[in-house]
Ligand binder design. Sequence first.
Ligand SMILES: [Zn+2]
Length: 170
Amino acid sequence: MNNLKLPVTIDPYKSAQRRLVVEGYFEISRLERLLGEAEKLAEHVDVVINFDVDEQGLIVLSGEASTRVYLTCQRCNEPFEHELKVSFAFSPVKNEEKADELPEHYDAVVLDENGEVNLRDLVEDELLVSIPLIPKHNLEDCGQQADSTWGKLPDTLEKPNPFDVLKNLK
Ligand SMILES: [Zn+2]
C-alpha cells in the first residue's frame, strides 16, 4: 500500500515525456458519484497509473485502481462486501471528435481547459462502470434461497441465443 495522495489533475504530455508512474490513492469520501451507488468500506481507492508514449506517438495513461465497498444484494436486500478492481488504457484527446481517431484499444479522455486530465474523475468513472448492474451475494452467502427465479434472470439474459446464429446463416 502506497501512502501518497494523488493529484486530482495532471498534465499528461509532460508526464508521458518523463515516463512518470504515479502510485497512491484517492480518498473515497471525495468520490461522491461512486458513493451514490455504493457504501464505502475502505477509505482509499488505490491507484497506479503509468504515463507513456506509444510507438505511434500517442500519449497513453494505463493502470489499475481498486477499492472495497458495500453493495446491496438485490436478492435479499442485505449489504455485502465487494472489491471493485479496474484496469484501463486511456489516451488524451482535445475533444470528442478526436476520440474517433484513436485506435480502439484506447479509451479517450478529454482534456480540461488547462490541458490536463482529471485523474480522479477518470478513476471514478471506471469504478462506477465496474459495479454490477444487479449486485448479488454469492449464492452460498445469500440469505434468500436460490429458488427465487428472478435472481437468476441476468445470467440468462447475457447468454447469446443459439438461434440467432442460425438466422444469420439464412
Ligand atoms: Zn443476498
